[in-house]
Design a binder for this molecule. Structure first.
Ligand code: WTA
Length: 656
């Protein structure tokens, strides 16, 4: 490192707050600090600002109907179509030839869809889906990697009023079947395979395996991504995407008029119990919130080229690759592959080549970039960048500063955005044209978002003290329920801190946090049984049941332990059954079972066999202690354990 660089590092190391650069503020979509007060004084009508980001076929009656809280209804009786808002209206406004999606394949091929092209193909696929029998309100599942046909299929569903349920392509066949069964989804759109680090991966076999476990009849559409690189044939009730598009070439489909509260999509996510939760998002509230936050937080404008490096299989991709940017008429970049293929500079190459204005990624990626070194971004001209963002997990100040200096050249504000699958869009972050940034702290609640940190009794905690994050007022992008499980919806999110008798409803996101004097919130991580591996949300209970399902495993506890790059990693503590030994064979069986039931992302970092698990006197497994052991933290008192002697033994094994 040169003397100059060393000095700069030292200065950044010390610096605790950063002002947004003047050049950014001058052009920002939102730069008047009065917006916070305006939203507070004018709540809930302030949310008209979000609705105004969209075109409505029929205006709504009320901004918010709280009569059935916590099942809130937003923009009541308003009518609109999401695909119309993402496509037709831009084409009608003269943006037919503006790029909507710029796709970068892993092997280097590219495809650009203008708004006109995208509308044409969405129309054709919508016609094809109808022809297959898809009707309004039928749930269509997608099990696809990052290829353009995924957003096309999603928008085609939105066009005909059929909610989509996207299952992350890295999930297992089991996970696909569980989700299709839970939603009674009779339609699947998938593909033959995709490229990973240059290899052609077979995806269709996994999809077919999943379909075997679906307990009702299904129709499947298969995109041909690999051509001759993968030999496969279509089974009965399966059709090729390309053939369908050809058959319906030139057809158009009127966007179906949807009620604001009609479901736009379902997204299954992990929670406290073993079963994934079907988070339901609506057409009016969700879409206006995705559009508003893309406008105010990501500062997107139609002329921008924007890149979010998430996968569309997660909520970040739904809101901030697809719905937010396209509803604003922006050009959104989509990348198929990994950041280190063919080399560790792939992201910077994509940024330079596309002259990306706004870039949104995850702390886990930034930590990997840091490890790889600055020589990779230094080879590229990243001066087109105006704003940077992160999402998915807390960002440590070192990674924040590295991002600020080496990617943003100290000229781009960073938005550290806290939100969840359930919230639909950003909730806690600085507005980039207004507030100073404090690395490590996401920032205040957005205008209109009443985020507070409370203790176990629901009282606000003092500044600097750790507590539980809550949101005390509803917002348009919120989930409406858990699909077919209203009781669980109330139990999971509202029971903890609400007072139903007083009709006082408080949303509990199941994160720990602390708040500073100035209202800045530092999110500390999940307080439920969820681990956050590289920004991917995984349920420990699901992993545990896969581990216990293995012959020879009597009991297992799964926890997250700290990991330099991934943030958290999966640790499995398992007790072998009598007559079995905790050796390599059993270890492999546990890994296979977890990968089969969830996917490779849940692969354990370590499996620790132990004759006993540390338990409290009442027989509960002390997960906290297991987390501390996995993270190499100092252990607190173990005197409350029924079997304190096992702790040493386990610790030794982990250290070996
Ligand atoms: C965590 C992803 C700290 C948090 C959009 C949350 C974060 C969970 C941040 C949701 C952030 C997300 N700082 N923690 N900026 N963003 N999280 O549903 O624990 O996949 O509850 O949504 O990720 O994960 P989900």
């Amino acid at each position: 490192m040169s003397q100059e660089d060393a000095e700069l590092e030292a200065r950044l190391e010390e610096q605790e707050t950063f002002e947004p650069p003047e050049s950014f503020v001058e052009q920002a979509n939102v730069s008047d600090p009065g917006i916070y007060e305006e939203f507070e004084e004018n709540w809930p009508e302030c949310w008209e600002r979000a609705a105004e980001c969209l075109d409505w076929e029929e205006p709504y009656e009320e901004v918010l109907d709280e009569s059935a809280a916590p099942t809130y209804r937003w923009f009541t009786d308003g009518k609109l179509n999401a695909s119309y808002n993402c496509l037709d209206r831009h084409v009608e406004d003269g943006a037919k030839n503006r790029a909507a999606i710029k796709w970068e394949g892993e092997l280097g091929e590219t495809r650009t869809y203008t708004y006109g092209d995208l509308l044409t193909e969405v129309d054709e696929f919508a016609a094809a889906l109808r022809d297959l029998g898809v009707e309004e309100d039928d749930v269509v599942t997608m099990y696809m990697p990052m290829i353009p046909e995924l957003p096309i299929a999603m928008l085609a569903c939105a066009r005909i009023g059929a909610p989509h349920s996207v299952v992350f392509a890295g999930f297992s066949a089991d996970a696909l079947a569980t989700r299709m069964n839970a939603a009674d989804s009779e339609y699947l759109v998938t593909c033959d395979g995709y490229y990973r680090r240059g290899d052609a991966l077979d995806h269709i076999s996994k999809a077919n395996e999943g379909l075997d476990d679906v307990d009702h009849e299904t129709e499947t559409v298969v995109v041909d991504r690999l051509g001759d690189d993968l030999e496969h044939s279509l089974a009965e009730r399966q059709q090729g995407y390309g053939e369908l598009i050809e058959e319906h070439a030139g057809e158009t489909v009127e966007p179906v008029t949807r009620d604001a509260e009609d479901m736009l999509f379902l997204m299954y996510t992990s929670g406290t119990t073993g079963k994934p939760k079907g988070v339901k998002h609506t057409t009016g509230g969700y879409l206006s919130y995705a559009a508003w936050t893309s406008h105010s937080v990501l500062d997107l404008e139609p002329e921008d080229t924007y890149w979010c490096s998430a996968d569309i299989g997660w909520i970040t991709g739904h809101s901030y690759i697809l719905y937010g940017p396209l509803s604003l008429g922006t050009t959104t970049v989509m990348y198929e592959g990994t950041p280190d293929y063919p080399d560790k500079d792939r992201f910077w190459e994509i940024l330079e080549k596309n002259r990306v204005d706004v870039f949104y990624t995850a702390p886990t990626a930034i930590r990997a970039f840091m490890k790889w070194g600055t020589e990779y971004p230094e080879r590229y001209d990243l001066s087109s960048l105006r704003l940077l963002g992160t999402v998915g997990e807390p960002i440590n100040p070192r990674a924040w500063k590295w991002y600020y200096e080496h990617i943003g050249n100290e000229e781009c504000p960073i938005v550290d955005t806290w939100w969840q699958t359930e919230t639909g869009g950003h909730m806690i972050t600085t507005l980039p044209g207004i507030a100073e940034m404090k690395p490590g702290s996401a920032g205040p609640g957005l205008p209109g978002i009443d985020a507070t940190v409370v203790d176990t009794t629901g009282e606000e905690v003092d500044a600097g003290k750790a507590g539980y994050l809550t949101v005390q007022k509803p917002w348009p992008g919120m989930l409406r329920t858990l699909y077919r499980n209203d009781d669980r919806f109330v139990a999971e999110y509202w029971e903890e801190y609400s007072d139903p008798d007083a009709d006082d409803w408080v949303y509990f996101p199941e994160d720990g946090a602390k708040i500073d004097d100035d209202g800045y919130i530092t999110v500390l991580g999940r307080v439920d049984d969820v681990v956050n591996v590289s920004g991917h949300r995984l349920g420990t209970m699901e992993i545990e049941s896969a581990a216990v399902g293995v012959e020879g495993v009597a009991e297992a506890a799964v926890v997250g332990g700290d990991h330099d790059i991934k943030g958290e990693a999966v640790y499995v503590y398992a007790i072998p059954e009598d007559g079995y030994e905790g050796g390599e064979t059993l270890e492999e069986a546990v890994v296979d079972s977890i990968v089969d039931s969830i996917g490779p992302i849940a692969k354990p970092e370590e499996i620790i066999f132990t004759p006993e698990l540390p338990k409290t006197r009442s027989g509960k497994i002390m997960r906290r202690l297991l987390e501390d052991i996995a993270s190499g933290n100092e252990l607190g008192t173990t005197s409350t354990l029924r079997n304190p002697e096992v702790v040493d033994e386990i610790q030794q094994q982990v250290q070996e």
